[in-house]
Design a protein around this ligand. Sequence first.
Ligand SMILES: [Zn+2]
Length: 205
Amino acid sequence: MSNTSIPLTPVRARDGVCIPLQDGTPATFVAFDGFGRHAEHFAVGIQGTAPNAVPLVRLHSECITGDLFGSQRCDCGAQLQEALARLKIEGGWLLYLRQEGRGIGLFSKLAAYQLQDQGLDTYAANRALELPEDGRDYLPAAQMLKALQCTRIRLLSNNPDKAEQLEHEGITVLERLTTGTFKTEHNESYLKTKVAHAGHLLQDL
Ligand SMILES: [Zn+2]
């Protein structure tokens, strides 16, 4: 959990750039000023074919192995694709947060995977490396939503902590919608640990 007593520095949205996605859907990629050089968080806006009056928002933390390569060790790739599919209908924003490996970075994530292969669960592996169990910070998402003038949202998430952090920063979460459960033979224990340890709400596990 982040230190929430420090007021958020406002960030500024740059002009959006249109990038057609793989299926031709036009998306608007928005960069931001104010995060500093090493935090290239960005937003992807999608109009939607049947847009809801209140935009759907998905906070997605970077996972190169899952997002780009479809890794079966986690459910990130499937969750990203699900979010895009829903945004293409309902319209809204995907906030892509550059906090790889729950904020520990790719190299540390790979080191944690090695420990997991020796029997540690995903959180214990991070502790063994003297890294935070979950170093993700959702406050940049609140800054981005404010910069996008999008402060009333429907949040696509199974993680109650995300909604709480956003509400705390002045974003009104009118509805929280659950995502699907993407179980594979390689990620079942990872998903069960998320439920047991971090309070994620996953159905059909
Ligand atoms: Zn992942």
